[in-house]
Design a protein around this ligand. Structure first.
Ligand code: ZN
Length: 164
């Protein structure tokens, strides 16, 4: 089920390719997100632009689904494995040479699918905790940047003001 997403990012000013990335998995937005400052500088023309993948956690939420415990797709997949197991139980020996083994196998796969999604959730929760603290520090240390964010329409939390 490996799905690949290729991303080519160009400078909006000079059009030169700044970044090429390939991520795997069914949720590319979660893999492409960068917990950095929102504004990047083009290495070719030196002009600034807003990085569409950047997420400044002090003023923004992580991408949709990033902190959900289970993706809908995962739950559906696990349910399918669960039903295959039930089918084998109902049909018994007609469905498989070793019904009990087959049931345990498909249920184990279903459980593993759910478990790995939950592991992703706990990993992401930790990442958010660390990156949100970094984000607050970034704004604190750079009031000019915080001002830019404010001008771009973000509301700056009090904890991000210098001297707090
Ligand atoms: Zn450029």
């Amino acid at each position: 089920m490996a799905t690949y997403t290729h991303q080519t990012k160009r400078c909006p000013h000079c059009g030169k390719v700044i970044e090429k990335r390939t991520v795997t998995g069914p949720y590319p937005k979660e893999s492409l997100v960068k917990f950095t400052g929102l504004f990047a500088t083009c290495p070719f023309c030196g002009k600034g632009f807003r990085d569409s993948d950047a997420c400044e956690l002090a003023v923004m939420d992580p991408p949709k689904g990033y902190l959900t415990k289970f993706h809908t797709g995962t739950v559906v997949l696990a349910a399918v494995f669960g039903m295959i197991g039930l089918f084998v139980i109902i049909k018994g020996t007609e469905a498989a040479a070793n019904p009990l083994g087959a049931v345990l196998l498909v249920w184990a796969i279903g459980g593993l699918v759910l478990f790995s999604d939950y592991r992703r959730y706990t990993r992401h929760t930790k990442t958010i905790e660390i990156e949100r603290a970094r984000s607050v520090e970034r704004l604190k240390k750079d009031p000019a940047y915080a001002k830019l964010l404010e001008e771009a329409g973000f509301s700056i939390p009090e904890e991000c003001r210098p001297g707090r």
